[in-house]
Design a protein around this ligand. Structure first.
Ligand SMILES: [Zn+2]
Length: 676
């Protein structure tokens, strides 16, 4: 047997802040480290299940919380790297691990002795002298086991494990297919094709060519490049080609086509829900969420849909009129929308994105997000010089009153090895069980690289959004890993992130931080005023493309699984009356929120559910007359940002605000109140 310590993933991590020794880890280390982690977890779980002592909270629940320590440590590194910096070897291992990890997870939740101990504790819960957090964790364990199928017997139990294993394989394949299609398409842009594009788009197209080892300029399917191209390029022919390629991800035929994968995933999810006695997957999935039922989700979405669609239809007529005035007849198409909308924004708000960006450098906006956290929560950030997993990633130590709180990693630039979108995850979560452990949190974005990197206002909002999630992890203050940080209901988890976006819109934040990257001059006041005045511009479009996606997601999981998801998608959109020139934000074949894992399945509505709360939560600050009001910030930290999943989401929100919110603040925030 080789010594465990030969493997840097398994040896003690003795560097600064116990960070993973990124420089020493090679792809070949992962598979054996997972084997060791799995073997160790299996042995510990067998020990807990077979313990001759009477079950106690300590020898069962607390022991389970630490049983997978090694596996968690290895998985924490691997899955972050697989998402942010994949290699062929990592993708192959990910495919290999998906069924293996699923089998392990089914073994645990279907272990009869183990569930017997949890059930026994739960029956005796009032006599165990548990504190509030322990009671909550016990409840959640029991719920998690039952929802995973712990009460199933015989054939049903076997089938459940097989269904979950197949789902794990399919969801991995789904996201790898999207990544392959994104990587596989690019369009060279000749000098003449650059006409009308602002410098920052040309620079991004040059950087994209360089990254691919090509000369000149190329267009890729990265959102930070293709969206500005669609906004600025007067070349309707090129916009049409680019838009078609963007919309075709996951549906290009051949090996990476996701349409059949999506159908099989939906059928298996329905079967899984039925095995557990639910009418539909949506009913199963929504039960522990704030929304509770598909009807509640539909109710919220339709309340927003109607005014948003009315606004979008009115906008479409204006944009089509602009197109006709420009001498192009016919119907406004989806590849025209962003172009004419950008021109209208310039005309109505005198706001030119290209003129704005020099004031929104990445470094300035990082400074802004840190400064707001410092004013609200007293956090301080110090850049760390430490090797990470990619040269573009940067790290900071986060402290408060001299005390170490977290390590924060920012990995901001798009590259071919990174999946699209933006997200927050952690290499290590906060916990106090077995000694205090502080988190290592990462924000991953896909901003176009540049020298310096300049953000759009949307990019800056994404930066603040992900940092809100990071705060939920970094301020976490719980004992048990199960409820740490962002381990909350899915339709509650976007509250801290979307709430944080509001501080980007505070004039004094932009006055202080939006400075020209070269001259250091602050953003001119009139530009700032116009920027903030335009904040609800385009909300008809944004709301419609989002709500359409959320309603298709809900329809997929609400009744019988469709044999042909594309047909159902078409039917739902037609029934809604989706305006001709707007497509779903994420069409089914590349809807990774819904199909690469269960996270947002019948849960894409969560952003809007959380938005109802974030609009109302920011109003709590505004009502004090000070958006940095220390008392409100302290309450936000106490009841939400540090509390993790220690109580049900309604209870946490009510503790912060004294009541639950209505939908009006959301409609007002999107400028849709008068469109109803
Ligand atoms: Zn988010």
């Amino acid at each position: 047997m080789t010594a465990m310590t030969d493997n840097p993933l398994l040896a003690p991590w003795t560097g600064a802040f116990d960070l993973p020794p990124f420089a020493a880890i090679t792809d070949a280390d992962f598979a054996p480290a997972f084997d060791t982690g799995l073997a160790e977890a299996r042995a510990r779980i067998a020990q807990i299940a077979g313990d001759p002592e009477t079950p106690t909270f300590a020898n069962t629940i607390a022991a389970l919380e630490l049983a997978e320590a090694t596996l968690d440590r290895v998985a924490g590194v691997f899955y972050n790297l697989a998402g942010a910096d994949s290699t062929d070897a990592r993708e192959a291992l990910q495919r290999d691990l998906a069924p293996k990890m699923s089998v392990f997870s089914s073994e645990v939740t279907m272990n009869r002795e183990l569930f017997g101990r949890i059930e026994d504790l739960w029956q005796r819960r009032d006599t165990l002298g548990l504190n509030a957090e322990e009671s909550r964790v016990l409840d959640l364990y029991r719920r998690m086991f039952i929802r995973a199928g712990a009460q199933l017997q015989g054939e049903a139990a076997t089938r459940m494990a097989a269904v979950k294993q197949r789902l794990a394989v399919l969801s991995t394949r789904f996201s790898q297919n999207v990544l392959a299609d994104e990587r596989g398409w690019s369009m060279p842009l000749a000098e003449a094709d650059l006409e009308g594009l602002p410098d920052f788009v040309i620079a991004s197209a040059r950087a994209a060519a360089e990254e691919r080892g090509q000369s000149g300029h190329v267009l890729t399917l990265n959102r930070s490049l293709i969206v500005p191209f669609l906004q600025f390029s007067p070349r309707r022919d090129l916009r049409e080609v680019a838009f078609a390629a963007w919309g075709a991800r996951g549906a290009t035929g051949g090996e990476t086509d996701n349409r059949a994968v999506a159908a099989e995933i939906l059928a298996l999810r329905e079967e899984r829900a039925k095995l557990l006695g639910y009418d539909s997957f949506a009913a199963y999935k929504l039960e522990p969420e704030m929304a509770k039922t598909p009807a509640a989700v539909r109710g919220l979405l339709m309340q927003v849909w109607t005014p948003a669609r009315a606004r979008a239809e009115a906008d479409a007529a204006i944009l089509e009129g602009m197109m006709h005035e420009g001498g192009i007849n016919g119907t406004l198409e989806p590849w025209d929308w962003r172009y004419y909308s950008e021109r209208r924004r310039r005309a109505e708000h005198d706001l030119d994105e290209a003129a704005l960006k020099p004031y929104l450098s990445l470094d300035a906006m990082i400074g802004a997000q840190f400064d707001v956290a410092s004013r609200l929560f007293g956090l301080e950030f110090r850049a760390l010089d430490t090797p990470l997993y990619h040269p573009d990633a940067r790290a900071w130590e986060v402290t408060r009153d001299g005390r170490h709180m977290a390590v924060f990693i920012g990995d901001y630039f798009a590259r071919g090895s990174k999946r699209s979108g933006a997200w927050c995850s952690s290499f290590r979560s906060q916990r106090k069980l077995g000694g205090e452990v502080r988190p290592v949190v990462v924000n991953v974005c896909n901003f176009a690289k540049g020298d310096p990197a300049l953000l759009s206002y949307d990019d800056a909002r994404t930066l603040f959004h992900e940092f809100g999630h990071a705060l939920h992890q970094m301020l976490s203050d719980v004992t048990y890993p199960l409820i740490s940080g962002t381990s909350v209901a899915r339709d509650f988890v976007e509250l801290p992130s979307q709430l944080y976006e509001h501080w980007l819109e505070v004039p004094e934040v932009l006055q202080k931080h939006a400075r020209h990257w070269h001259t250091g001059a602050p953003m001119p006041q009139d530009m700032l005023d116009r920027l903030l005045a335009a904040s609800t511009y385009g909300q008809g479009f944004a709301t419609v493309e989002y709500v359409a996606s959320a309603l298709v997601d809900l329809a997929f999981h609400e009744g019988a699984a469709p044999a042909d998801p594309m047909e159902m998608q078409g039917r739902v959109l037609e029934g809604l009356g989706l305006p001709h020139a707007i497509k779903m934000r994420h069409a089914t074949p590349h809807f990774t929120h819904v199909f690469s894992g269960d996270g947002y399945s019948s849960g894409y509505y969560s952003y809007m559910w959380s938005e109802v709360m974030d609009a109302d939560a920011f109003a709590a600050f505004e009502e004090t007359g000070d958006v940095f009001d220390p008392e409100t910030a302290a309450k936000l930290e106490k009841f939400i940002l540090s509390a993790g999943g220690s109580q049900e989401a309604e209870a946490l929100y009510t503790a912060f605000r004294g009541r639950l919110p209505g939908v009006e603040a959301l409609l007002k925030g999107r400028g849709l109140l008068d469109a109803a």
